[in-house]
Design a protein around this ligand. Sequence first.
Ligand code: UDP
Ligand code: MG
Length: 191
Amino acid sequence: MTNLILFGPPGSGKGTQAEKIVNEFNLLHISTGDLFRYEMGNNTPLGQEAKSYIEKGELVPDEVTIGMLKNKVNANPDVNGYIFDGFPRNVNQAEALDEFLQGKRTEVSVLISLDVDEDEIVARILNRGKTSGRPDDNDESIIRNRFEVYLNETSPVFDYYDKKGKSVKVKGIGSIEEIFNRLCDEINKVC
Ligand code: UDP
Ligand code: MG
């Protein structure tokens, strides 16, 4: 199995690139953010709980997110591997993911981080907000808070996998095709 963590700040292009990687490598794309939006769209109890955090740009509590992620993986066992997009969001989630995959006799192959600076992020997300219909994309203070949460809670996940020799950085500025080619070079090393 090839299990990728596609990593990087909000708006760094994870979702866009994950779609392209899926076509090339036949992996299952799991975006916890998309799963939450699906639940919110259906107004489920999980969606209602997630909403109160997402509208502030805070992280949804770990047990909720980890439980949802495990359900999605368990429901799709017959794949070549997974692309985790937007998860793990903190070190506790990373530890839970490792333990979960170990129980399935597999592991994270590589974490690839898309490197994009904060001003570019804010500009991209505000632009995306014109069409995404996402309230958390339309308010600069919420976007800045999401970036803060990324720096404080999520970026240590890079170091966590770096210590295991599994983290790489890829320049996240350029055309979609250029960035995709950079990602493919890294994925081919672990496939
Ligand atoms: N979120 C979360 N945990 C996750 C994924 C998403 O708490 O594992 C919440 C968080 O509030 C985040 C929002 O959902 O700001 C949107 O996440 P998503 O990954 O879709 O946004 P992106 O970072 O890709 O812009
Ligand atoms: Mg995303």
